[in-house]
Design a protein around this ligand. Sequence first.
Ligand code: 3UK
Length: 510
Amino acid sequence: PELQFPSQLNCATELLDRHVDEGRGDALCIQAPGVRWTYADLQSQANRIANVLVNEMGLVPGQRVLLRAPNSPMLAACWFAVMKAGGIAVATMPLLRAKELKPIIEKARITHALCDAALADELQAAAREGTTLRALRLFETAAADGLEAAMQRQPATFRNVDTAADDTCILAFTSGTTGVPKATMHFHRDVMAICACWPRHVLRPQPDDVFIGSPPMAFTFGLGGLLLFPLSVGASTVLLAKASPQQLVDGIRAFGATVLFTAPTSYRSMAVRGEELRATKLRRCVSAGEALPAATRTLWREATGIELIDGIGATEMLHIFISADEASARPGATGRAVPGYRAQVVDEAGQPVPPGTVGRLAVQGPTGCRYLDDERQRKYVQNGWNLTGDAYLMDDDGYFHYQSRTDDMIVSAGYNIASPEVEDALMLHPAVAECGVIGVADEERGQIVKAFVVLRAGFVAGPALVKELQDFVKQTVAPYKYPRAVEFLDQLPRTETGKLQRFRLHAPAR
Ligand code: 3UK
């Protein structure tokens, strides 16, 4: 299905104001502990902030606005305010420090910032070093020069800027599994396109659905799943500042959430409270960000009775492009190309390989990568196909099976071994809570498989357990894939989005 958009399009008009205009202003929109906003409430908050941005902070369309806060109703209002004013939102991970914020401000040429008062220090430290940043307002504060005080001086109405459908509205930074964050541009029509693809064809939410989850809105998985998708169908969302597995279960109970977005690790931790979850209204569970091991799918189904919806997305593509709903899920496969997208597996020359062959994943659709950096762009988009950096195989039915990141393919004594395959095998052992597998240089074999293992409570690290884990892998997958080296850790290095950072397992000073 080819998507058509008018040449003038503002995603805030479509996702927010439209509901109020069509008489749904009183419908529940956003909840948080102690907060319950209708669509009309969110609209007037966003309008006031848009007025502050334009009238008091001098924002003109096309300027970049840094947003820094944990997930919260105010962050959602700020995001829509930027859209309304024709600005470009650059949402940043709450935990970033001054030394990480500064290159983002510089690379994105950020002029304005809206920041949660509790997170002000690191941003102010970055700003003091001399950047393009000119105007900053803090929120969640009673201070006279804060955003809330300014909002009270401004009207609750705002005429949205007539942006073009292909005006940039988001500059998204990747979450840094390789260390260096990269910025990608997305247009107003891209925001509408992702709402018209995966949610409409795979999730199919209803207006009475209540969304909840862990990914920060600075991660496009969270922006889509916890803000854009619920609003696109007039549903409501719960925005939690902190969303550990425990806090998520508590939140699902307290708010009667029906749709959950989180990462595989979080599902593994939440499964212990499966009995409790069975007594809630939760019915749809989406996993993305990392490959979903078949064992995690089974664990979740057995604990809660719910089949997970897996989906692969990327910051470069804005959201999910391969997925399967509960009815068509296949263990070990991510799913099929989402309607609107095309996907294929290609060789080094970019030619499609036959089904069953491992190669590079290439995708094409209404959204795609636009890096700020030309050289990176040439590597990611070749002949109109986005190369995500993932090794996949497609089966005869068009289901895509994840193998590894292309750079996480271990070559040991001539064998190709995908890290996640060894990780999945290890994870089936009762002693293993989490694990990460990498290839380390070896004189004889080129590389050997090395596993880093976090044990479940009650298991003791030592040579006996190493031997047991090695034998276990040999019996689970082809024996040559077993980890010749095993190291025990208290925890694995992960990004703020929950993604394993294999490159940090390589680092000598772990
Ligand atoms: C990996 C997966 C296997 C894969 C994201 C949903 O993760 C997101 O974006 P990032 O830019 O990372 C992209 C890379 O992460 N990945 C994500 N999901 C899966 N691998 N199975 C999956 N289900 O390597 C991909 O190239 O951080 C996810 C929606 C929006 C997103 N930005």
